[in-house]
Design a protein around this ligand. Structure first.
Ligand code: SF4
Length: 326
């Protein structure tokens, strides 16, 4: 039986700016099961990163604020945790990998210092046991000669190797959940594939659940069990990987899939791209925010936000096209 370890319900995170209220995340709900890989996909500004920063309580306040919602981790609401409890949660129960490892690694400290400190902070290990664990993790992510390379500084590693170090560091305390925010966007395509493979293999081995945040549907295609597609701060479609890729229902998801380059089919000229720009999420009117870019938009799309249509367990779409469907 699958076990839900994280249940996010109706999360709303807003930012108070001089121009108005930015509803960066506006009523997001999803579940994550043990050992599962969940992809959260959307263009820049869709709210995917703010969703995950909210889960770690890393929203700068002011101007940001978690307005409402719950995030239940093993029955405890993360949003009700105090600073001390949150500090214990980060790194220990929830690990994070960011796009650019140089922003997370301290360039002045050896990898050994950074990894050993993290392990000793969160786990009941002395220095030599923490070092042994760090070397073991570096070996698991494919760093050659890890017992020597652990003494190097971040700049002595290539971009791909630094991201491997970040994965090793994030998983060194056996977190139940790993949040990977655009982990491969700064890398070239060959290295991207290697990093995704390392992360997937290791998380499956350690039974770590993953939330993979990306603008690239191609990244989640091969590895995620479930996918949530976000647009203008809300989830517009949810489903298993198969459901999303074989039967995408929301016009936005259909557009995203069409814009992924395919190597298994002959090219038919220019790659498809969704016309227009994502909306400004300041004071958005209560209509379908995708309507100016949607080829299937109807009058009601311009006047009312589409209700959520549930097609089965975990299969949901928010679009007027499915209003009368069972
Ligand atoms: Fe397009 Fe209307 Fe569906 Fe929005 S609700 S995606 S505008 S058809």
């Amino acid at each position: 039986m699958s076990e839900v370890i994280l249940k996010v319900n109706d999360l709303k995170t807003y930012f108070n700016t001089d121009d108005g209220i930015v509803k960066a995340v506006d009523g997001v709900s999803f579940e994550l099961e043990k050992g599962e890989m969940l992809g959260i996909v959307g263009e820049s500004g869709s709210g995917k990163s703010v969703t995950n920063l909210s889960l770690m309580k890393l929203i700068p306040s002011p101007p940001g604020k978690i307005m409402s919602g719950t995030a239940m981790l093993d029955g405890v609401d993360i949003f009700k945790m105090n600073d001390n409890e949150i500090r214990k949660l980060r790194g220990n129960r929830i690990g994070m990998i960011f796009q650019d490892p140089m922003t997370s690694l301290n360039p002045f400290l050896r990898i050994s210092t950074q990894m050993i400190e993290t392990i000793m902070l969160h786990q009941d290990k002395d220095k030599s046991a923490a070092r042994a664990r760090a070397v073991e993790m570096l070996e698991m992510v494919g760093i050659p000669n890890p017992s020597k390379r652990i003494n190097d500084y971040p700049h002595q590693f290539s971009g791909g190797m630094r991201q491997r170090v970040m994965i090793a560091m994030a998983l060194s305390c056996d977190p139940e959940i790993l949040i990977a925010d655009e982990p491969t966007s700064a890398l070239d395509v060959t290295i991207q594939a290697q990093i995704i493979e390392v992360m997937q293999e290791l998380c499956r081995k350690l039974n770590t659940a993953v939330i993979m945040i990306t603008h690239d549907l191609g990244v989640v295609a091969g590895i995620c069990d479930k996918v949530c597609v976000m647009y203008a701060g809300r989830i517009v479609e949810k489903g298993s990987n198969d459901e999303i890729f074989k039967d995408p229902k929301h016009p936005y998801t259909q557009g995203l899939i069409k814009s992924v380059p395919r190597l298994d089919r002959p090219s038919k000229g220019r790659l498809y791209s969704i016309e227009g720009q994502p909306p400004n999420v300041i004071d958005l009117p209560e209509c379908c925010p995708f309507h100016p870019r949607c080829e299937k938009a109807m009058d009601k799309c311009r006047n009312t936000y589409p209700p959520l249509k549930v097609f089965g367990k975990g299969r949901e779409v928010s679009c007027w096209l499915y209003e009368g469907e069972k």
